[in-house]
Design a protein around this ligand. Structure first.
Ligand SMILES: [Zn+2]
Length: 296
């Protein structure tokens, strides 16, 4: 199968518009299939944005809506710096679910938020504390953005696509370089971009003092924290080099391109990433220390 070739871009026919949807979700861009005609009807069933669990959410408080607005605003500031258009996101795309309902959606007690088909669901338990809420929002809004560029694998099999990716996440593709372990890679990239959003929130004074420090250290899991450190150290030796690399992968992530992955491969870093051993506490400490040293 040809990889990285120029592929047609499909903007699907406008379907019935979900209530409260924004223009950019209607114009969901799908690239990567070699049969646009076949892909179009499939989008309706598999990938059309729709709000499951729509009835069981809690109303947002005015403060929660305001914080969601701040996150959308820093996202657009970052997009502008990357040369990307601003996006309109309705704050009601972030559904706060009571813990019980959230768990029924197949998530465990510790899970704080997830994004599916263009909607983000937040576990109400973690929405009371502002730092937790901002930590989750900054992460999930990056996933939400990746959904706006859905890349389907060129091969179609019967009625289904054989695989797809959004951001750097890959599903269903068994051959080649982009198999399941890239879940962690995707999460790390998501979290690096999220951390940039957190830095901007702090710079704007949305959170201050101790809460600002808590937000900058808001890691999801030690494994992801390690991957982030690994990527950052791999990207360059100075804050400037890291910032150039950041631009490349953030743009890739938001546009569905994938220049960054071959770069990692050429540098021999992709294999390293996929071969990571279980995490040792001292490795995490080392990586965190290096990241701080580089002022990242
Ligand atoms: Zn995630």
């Amino acid at each position: 199968m040809a990889k990285n070739r120029t592929i047609p871009t499909l903007v699907p026919r406008r379907t019935r518009r979900p209530k409260g949807a924004e223009k950019w979700f209607d114009a969901l861009i799908v690239a990567g299939t070699d049969d646009v005609r076949k892909a179009n009807p499939l989008l309706g069933s598999e990938h059309r944005p729709r709000p499951p669990l729509r009835r069981r959410f809690l109303p947002q408080t005015a403060r929660q809506t305001a914080l969601i607005g701040e996150v959308i605003s820093v996202l657009n500031e970052m997009r502008a710096d990357l040369g990307l258009d601003a996006v309109v996101i309705n704050p009601q795309r972030f559904r706060i679910l009571p813990a019980k309902v959230y768990r029924r959606a197949g998530r465990n007690r510790e899970s704080r938020g997830f994004t599916a088909k263009g909607w983000t669901y937040l576990n109400a338990t973690y929405c009371r504390d502002e730092v937790d809420l901002l930590g989750i929002l900054t992460h999930e809004i990056v996933h939400l953005m990746s959904f706006s560029v859905l890349v389907l694998w060129p091969r179609l099999h019967g009625e289904r696509f054989t695989g797809f990716f959004d951001g750097f996440r890959t599903f269903g593709y068994r051959q080649g370089d982009f198999a399941a372990p890239l879940w962690a890679f995707n999460e790390a990239i998501t979290e690096i971009i999220a951390d940039e959003l957190r830095a901007r929130l702090v710079a704007k004074g949305v959170v201050r003092g101790r809460n600002a420090r808590r937000l900058r250290n808001w890691w999801r899991t030690t494994y992801i924290a390690y991957l982030i450190g690994f990527l950052r150290l791999s990207l360059g030796n100075s804050a400037e080099e890291v910032s150039v690399a950041f631009r490349t992968f953030a743009i890739d992530y938001f546009r569905g391109t994938r220049k960054f992955v071959p770069i990692l491969r050429r540098l021999g870093l992709l294999e390293g990433l996929l071969d990571l051993d279980p995490i040792e506490e001292d490795i995490i400490a080392f990586v965190t220390e290096q990241a701080h040293r580089l002022n990242l």
